[in-house]
Write a protein that binds this ligand. Structure first.
Ligand SMILES: *Cc1c(COP(=O)(O)O)cnc(C)c1O
Length: 430
């Protein structure tokens, strides 16, 4: 099923990219557990290595199981191509790699997954890259932050740790005017709740570790290309527009058109950085993605119920869920994310840091883990874990202060989740 533009999301999440195995008729996508692929002859091998023919050489670059997942995610996002990687963080490096060079910067939202703040504010400096963080609600500040060395704008659709949703269209307009691509981390929303390309984004990244797999089994990531950004419109993106010495002077954009970024991701990115997804991981994610829409509906339904209950509880100071009518982002969430504001939010416990620690210890159904987007409900005290490396100001900006816990609401019975929170809050605030 490769040309399926008219099927609905629920059909595509099961079928896109997959076809019965040509060798055996196997209905499920086989796990092609192989490192290499036999060339038909020496000419075939040469054509593959010259990028004159598309095919399988070596699983660091491409693998048939991973290829099905790539096509599945690209289809669900409405993109032209995708490259899967070993983790969400690998996907972020892979997404920036064709765009950046020493001295270049990415302008990023202040409201990001804690690990991304660390990756962008610290680690990418080793490549000579840098990041500038701005509040994406201040479009003038965003405009001012973009300079001649900016090569991308980066934000999250529904932001982790929760409570904030990005107006992608408004941010995309600023990025467009500056001639740089907007990259959206769509991990928390998934293409079921948000399709960033329809709102003007050029590239999407995912941690497939989360909702796309949906059961906490494997780490993975994905970079998806809309195919719409004109890499040759300026001289800012020579990796895509100028001759590539490692392929006899081939120009990716001229040769591959809208697939230039995807081909570069495989032929240069995976070849030389090696952040490859393995076929077992792709298999687990393909299993999970088949039920994505059903799970997301339930995540949203449960999150709404649990958030409303917490908001009404006197032991709770406040709840930041963009799906609550009281949220400052309620109108935006309704407009930009009509199917729901996701399953992730934070709440502040009366009693601060101490009470949060007790709460996390007392919960029985909720697991205390550094993960999200699992079928089971998860909780974490961000300030003492995922956001620990950040300054107090960065913690506050990310919505992860010391009195705040983040929950990832699972697909269990909402009544059981509420009862569990009730008993744990009693212990935490006694
Ligand atoms: C988890 C996560 C990441 C990082 O993904 P890994 O698979 O853990 O490397 C990036 N962005 C968001 C929004 C995430 O939730």
């Amino acid at each position: 099923m490769s040309d399926t533009p008219n099927y609905g999301f629920d059909t595509l999440q099961i079928h896109a990219g997959a076809r019965p195995d040509p060798a055996t008729g196997a209905r499920q996508t086989p796990i092609y557990q192989t490192t290499a692929y036999v060339f038909r002859d020496a000419d075939h091998a040469a054509a593959l290595f010259n990028l004159q023919e598309v095919g399988y050489i070596y699983s660091r670059l491409t693998n048939p199981t991973v290829a099905v997942l790539q096509e599945r995610i690209a289809t669900l996002e409405g993109g032209v191509g995708a490259v899967c990687c070993s983790s969400g963080h690998a996907a972020q490096i892979m997404a920036l790699f064709p765009l950046m060079g020493p001295g270049c910067n990415v302008v990023a939202s202040t409201r990001l997954y804690g690990g991304t703040v660390t990756q962008f504010s610290q680690t990418i400096k080793r490549f000579g890259w840098s990041a500038k963080f701005v509040d994406f609600d201040d479009l003038d500040a965003l405009r001012e932050a973009i300079d001649d060395n900016t090569r991308a704008v980066f934000g999250e659709s529904i932001a982790n740790p929760g409570g904030y949703v990005t107006d992608i269209r408004a941010v995309a307009d600023v990025a467009d005017a500056a001639g740089v691509p907007l990259i959206i981390d769509n991990t928390s929303a998934t293409p079921y709740l948000c399709r960033p390309f329809e709102q003007g984004a050029s590239l999407v990244v995912h941690s497939t570790t989360k909702y796309l797999t949906g059961n906490g089994t494997v780490t993975g990531g994905c970079v998806v290309d809309s195919g719409r950004f004109d890499w040759s419109a300026s001289d800012k993106f020579p990796s895509l527009s100028a001759p590539e010495p490692a392929y006899h002077g081939l120009k990716f954009h001229e040769t591959f058109g809208p697939l230039a970024y995807t081909f570069h991701g495989i032929a240069i990115g995976l070849r030389d950085l090696g952040m490859t997804m393995n076929p077992q991981a792709a298999h687990y994610t393909l299993m999970g993605i088949e039920t994505l829409s059903l799970r997301m509906q339930r995540h949203v339904e449960n999150a709404k119920q649990v958030a409303a209950w917490l908001e009404a509880d006197p032991r709770v100071d406040y709840v930041t869920y963009a799906g609550l009518p009281s949220s400052p982002y309620a109108e935006r969430a309704e407009r930009c994310y009509p199917k729901g504001a996701g399953g992730l939010f934070t709440f502040a416990v009366k009693g601060g840091y101490e009470a949060c620690v007790k709460l996390v210890n007392a919960l029985e159904i909720f697991s205390h883990v550094a993960n999200l987007g699992d079928a089971r409900s998860l909780i974490i005290h961000s300030a003492s874990t995922t956001h620990r490396q950040l300054t107090p100001e960065q913690q506050e900006a990310a919505g992860a202060g010391p009195n705040v816990v983040r929950v990832s609401i699972g697909i269990e019975d909402a009544d059981d989740l509420i009862a569990d929170l009730d008993q744990a809050l009693t212990k935490a605030t006694a």
